[in-house]
Structures are given as C-alpha cells and as structure tokens.
Ligand binder design. Structure first.
Ligand SMILES: NC(=O)c1ccc[n+]([C@@H]2O[C@H](COP(=O)([O-])OP(=O)(O)OC[C@H]3O[C@@H](n4cnc5c(N)ncnc54)[C@H](OP(=O)(O)O)[C@@H]3O)[C@@H](O)[C@H]2O)c1
Length: 310
C-alpha cells in the first residue's frame, strides 16, 4: 500500500511517501481502507508517534490518527461493525496511523460515519470533536448557562468546541485572529476577541471554564479570568502547572481517548445540523509534507485533511 512514513524522529523533513506493508490485524481489530485522514498540529513531536505502549521504537512510523474509510476485514473478537461499513474514528497514538491506504484499528474505536458528511469532512471530525467533547463535558463538567472561554477558536479542536458548547447552551467566548472572527461568530460564539490586538483578560471575567489549546503565556494569563471554583482544561503540551490554591481555581491536562458512544453522539449532532466540520485544506496523501507544513501557517482554519482515495 502507499503510506506516509517517518524513518527517524523529527519534523516535516522526515516524511516520506512510499510503499509499506498492509498492516496485520490484532484481536479485536478491523482493517479499514482509508478514504481520508485528518492530521493534527504537533503530532510529529508527540512521543507515541515513534514508540509503542512499552516505549519500544516502532520506526518507520505512519502518522495521522483520525480517519473515514470502509471496513475491509475484521479479526476475531471484533464487535459492533461489519465488513463494508463506512466508518470514522480515532486510532491509537501508539500504533501506525491513518496516513496510509490501509490501517489496522481497534474496532471499538470506530463508529458509523455521519450520514450527511463526505469522507473528507468525516475524517476531520474524530480526534478534534472527541477532544472538544471530553474537554467540555468529562473534564470541564460544562452546564447550560455557564460561561466558557475557548482559545484559538478557529482551530481544529476549538472550532468544534465552540459549536458543541453553544449546542449545550453555554455562553461562548472565543479568541482568534482578525480574519477568523466572522467564522467563529458563525460557529455560534456570542463574543470573539482578537487575540493579536486585545488582551482577553482585560475584557473577560467570571468564566466557569477555559478550554486552552494554546498553552504558554496564554494559559498563564487565563487563570485570572476564571471565577472561584472555575476550571481550566488544557490540551496543549504535556502537562499543566496548578495555580496557587488560594486562587480557588484548578486546571487539568488530558489526552483524548477514542470512544464509540461519543462518536455516535457526535455523528447524531452533525446529522441533525448542530455541528459542522471546518476543513481548512484538502491535500492528497502524496503531498503530505505540504499538509504538515500548512498546519503551522498562521490563518489556517479548522482541520487539514489528507485525501487518500476518491
Ligand atoms: N491533549 C490532547 O488530547 C490533544 C488533542 C488534540 C490536539 N491537541 C493539541 O492541541 C493543540 C491544538 O490542536 P488543533 O488541532 O486545534 O490546532 P490548530 O488547528 O493549529 O489550532 C490552533 C489555533 O490557535 C490559534 N492561535 C495560535 N496562537 C494563539 C493565541 N495566542 N491565542 C489564541 N489563538 C491562537 C491558531 O490561529 P492562528 O492562525 O492565529 O495561528 C489556530 O487557529 C495542538 O498543540 C495539538 O497537538 C491535544
């Protein structure tokens, strides 16, 4: 099969488009013919991109962890999907990924593709939407009527988080650059702050939940906008430094996990018109280097998706 592979740890320069063996299945796996694959900012820096769960090198490694495709084969112990099903899902970060014509993936990480999306749109959803869902509800405990500040609101994860938080009935504030303000408003944000010209902490306060996909000084400045009892949920970097207890706020960092029931719920929201994909660019698998370079260019909106097959 054709695939993108990394033969050494590094960045975009390590990406090679080449022949690779079709993966073998483990118990509970499905072999999926990939139609399209989402890619994510910084994934070439993640440790699991290069090692298995025991920490052993798994080079050459295939990146990409979200897909839309067709089930080609299933192994013993597989439940809930069948050969020929059109599926979407999030694959393990510790195994070869979805930037390839075929991927072996735990079947429980897959769900039926949303009916109203094409393959490219569906492939833009799983990692980003599951991250947004788990950040807002599992970790942030977001309730209707609460105030949520979502940083980088035109980004892959945050553009879906804005829509999901609005659907939940929250008061949604986003930060973005000037060019993305209209987009973020159209996704449902009540207020959008241009992070390049305004300091969000001067105009926002008494926030119940901050969703931080940026980290660094954006995170440091975010504690002060939380009300007492508020929470900052971070997906940026690898961990979080807790603020002083006297501030009465707390932070949590987490790594998204696949979840079939949540993928099904997300597909329902999409098919009922509550949630729309934001696809910034569609790039053929053979030009994956260009796609990974594009991820770091300012002004990108939503997800970059690799088109693997028509
Ligand atoms: N922990 C997890 O489970 C998990 C899951 C998914 C993703 N992630 C990580 O989360 C991060 C975001 O992922 P993503 O796919 O959403 O990335 P993305 O699509 O690149 O989105 C980031 C957005 O933030 C904006 N931005 C940059 N600096 C900003 C600032 N100072 N204030 C406000 N907005 C700013 C960018 O816009 P500009 O055009 O203005 O630069 C961009 O729209 C990445 O580091 C990714 O690796 C973690």
């Amino acid at each position: 099969m054709k695939a993108i592979r990394l033969h050494a740890k590094g960045g975009v320069e390590q990406i090679v488009y080449e022949e690779a063996p079709v993966p073998d299945l483990l118990e509970g796996d499905a072999l999926v013919r990939v139609l399209a694959s989402g890619i994510t900012a910084n994934e070439l820096n993640w440790e699991p991109t290069y090692v298995d769960e025991k920490g052993n090198s798994r080079l050459p490694a295939i990146p990409g962890h979200e897909l839309c495709g067709i089930v080609e084969k299933i192994s013993h112990g597989t439940t809930g999907i069948a050969v020929g099903d059109h599926v979407y899902g999030l694959t393990s970060f510790f195994r070869n990924g979805t930037a390839a014509e075929y991927v072996a993936v735990e079947a429980r990480s897959l769900a039926p593709q949303p009916l109203t999306l094409n393959a490219v749109q569906a492939a833009s959803i799983p990692l980003a939407a599951l991250t947004a869902w788990q950040a807002l509800f599992e970790h942030g405990g977001l309730l209707p009527g609460q105030k949520v500040l979502i940083h980088g609101a035109a980004g892959g994860v945050a553009s879906l988080a804005v829509q999901i938080a609005r659907w939940r009935g929250a008061n949604v504030i986003g930060t973005s650059d000037a060019e993305s303000i209209d987009l973020v408003k159209s996704l449902g944000a009540h207020q959008v702050i241009n992070y390049r010209s305004e300091q969000f902490e001067k105009v926002v306060s008494e926030v119940d939940l901050v969703l931080d996909s940026i980290g660094g000084e954006t995170q440091d400045r975010s504690w002060q906008v939380l009300k007492r009892g508020g929470i900052l949920v971070s997906i940026a970097g690898e961990s979080i430094k807790q603020p002083p207890a006297a501030w009465g706020v707390r932070g949590i960092f987490f790594i998204v996990k696949s979840n079939r029931l949540q993928l099904m719920e997300i597909a329902r929201l999409i098919d009922r018109g509550h949630l729309s994909p934001v696809v910034g660019a569609i790039i053929p698998l053979a030009e994956a280097r260009k796609a990974f370079e594009k991820i770091y260019q300012p002004g990108k909106k939503g997800k970059i998706v690799l088109q693997v097959s028509e």
